[in-house]
Design a protein around this ligand. Structure first.
Ligand SMILES: [Zn+2]
Length: 422
């Protein structure tokens, strides 16, 4: 039986997910970091798929790919949909690309229907969300909004290449790095589709969820200084062991928030010096990642924890230094966008659930510029940032249908900014 045009859109969507999943600097595995050869290849593929869907594709100076729907019927404000196309190291193929490719397919579906948009519709594929190469996240979406901090141009990767030098290799003059007029305006809407990266939808047996907001997060770099010494000669009660201090602190990070279901507190990285079998550890560095649905809650967590760690260090006669590296405030997704998403999801699954995202996303950055919303798609075992990351074809099919309905609904009944703030 010959496939219908709608079936062809879905088939292309599945094929594109697989194809992008092979564009990797490592094999086996999937690694695609900002300003790499693989990103250049992925960018060209995404542009060709956008063109195939009837969008006019372009690439900005940061390597964001944007596809604009050419429509004489469209008048601002605009609706932007999409996600990122970079990955972490040894990633899965859905985190980021799913939102980009679903958005291309949504436009393709609406164009098949002969739909004429009232508002400009753009599909965005952001070049760096994960921040792997230059240790700073949201580079693509901040450039898209015109809020990119040009000081980051001098960040260097592990091989010593600066972002500036890699951009210049691509023919950009960074001495007068001008972000130009951002494509996104304050009255516009931005919608992102993304895998959930958590277990909630799977537990509720639902394909899709509406995101109510994105949690606040902070990263704290801790240094503990004790005194190194010979493991055989220094009695236990005369030691100033930085690693045993760190051990007690890490347990305190966990214990401090065990009763708070909204809190997330993680120590995921640690360095021990001199890190030798026969040496008492003299210095330890570790990172604390704290998250909370609201900024005030996060601040409280941080203050409580730092006091506790200070007390532990003092009791163990070690020196404690905490440096707050990055803090991102929580955001609330626009209520009108949440409503449009809920209405669309209700058509395709028996009930709708709404919850906060604990992971950061491009929508978090873009919320500083305009109203945003997000749809989550179930992923197996809540797993992400891993080669086994998986979304079922059925869930992707439902996601596409809901994404098309949401886009149509918001285009037809575009929420005015006044209404949004009411
Ligand atoms: Zn992502």
């Amino acid at each position: 039986m010959k496939e219908t045009p709608q079936q062809a859109v879905l088939r292309k969507l599945f094929d594109r997910i697989e194809t992008l999943g092979t564009i990797s600097s490592d094999t086996p595995g999937l690694t695609r970091v900002f300003l790499s050869k693989e990103m250049d290849i992925a960018s060209r593929l995404i542009q060709s798929w956008m063109s195939n869907a009837g969008l006019i594709a372009s690439v900005d100076r940061m390597q964001n790919v944007v596809g604009s729907w050419p429509a004489e019927t469209a008048h601002p404000p605009a609706i932007h949909i999409g996600s990122h196309y970079d990955t972490v190291i040894n990633a899965g193929k859905y985190d980021g690309p799913l939102g980009v490719l679903l958005s291309i397919a949504a436009v393709e579906t609406l164009r098949l229907e002969g739909y004429e948009p009232k508002h400009p519709i753009n599909v965005a594929a952001f070049c760096d969300e994960e921040g792997v190469r230059f240790r700073s996240t949201f580079l693509g979406s901040s450039f898209f909004c015109g809020t990119f901090d040009t000081r980051f141009l001098d960040n260097v990767d592990d091989a010593g290449n600066s972002m500036r030098s890699l951009l210049e290799l691509r023919g950009f003059d960074t001495s007068s790095f001008n972000q130009g007029t951002p494509l996104i305006g304050k009255d516009d809407l931005f919608l992102e589709a993304h895998i959930e990266q958590g277990p909630i939808l799977e537990r509720l047996n639902l394909s899709l969820g509406v995101v109510s907001g994105i949690a606040a997060q902070t990263r704290i770099h801790v240094t503990i200084t004790g005194e190194s010494g010979h493991a055989g000669t220094t009695p236990l009660d005369l030691r100033r062991d930085a690693l045993t201090t760190a051990a007690e602190m890490i347990l305190a990070v966990e214990a401090s928030f065990a009763d708070n279901p909204n809190a997330r507190a993680t120590v995921g990285q640690i360095k021990n010096y001199p890190n030798a079998t026969n040496a008492i550890p003299g210095e330890v560095e570790f990172m604390i990642d704290l998250r909370n649905p609201v900024t005030a809650g996060l601040n409280q967590m941080r203050d409580t924890l730092l006091n506790k760690l200070d007390e532990i260090a003092a009791r163990r006669t070690t020196e404690f230094k905490a440096e707050i590296l990055q803090t991102v405030d929580s955001i609330t997704c626009d209520s009108n966008v949440q409503q449009a998403l809920s209405k669309a999801l209700a058509k395709h699954q028996e009930r709708v659930t709404t919850f906060t995202s604990g992971a950061g996303h491009d929508a978090l950055k873009i919320a500083q510029t305009c109203r945003t919303g997000m749809m989550f798609v179930r992923c197996r075992n809540g797993l992400s940032h891993h080669p086994d990351e998986y979304c079922s074809p059925k869930d992707i099919e439902v996601a596409l249908a809901a994404w098309v309905d949401t886009l149509r609904e918001l285009d037809q009944n575009f929420p005015t900014p006044e209404k949004a703030n009411a």
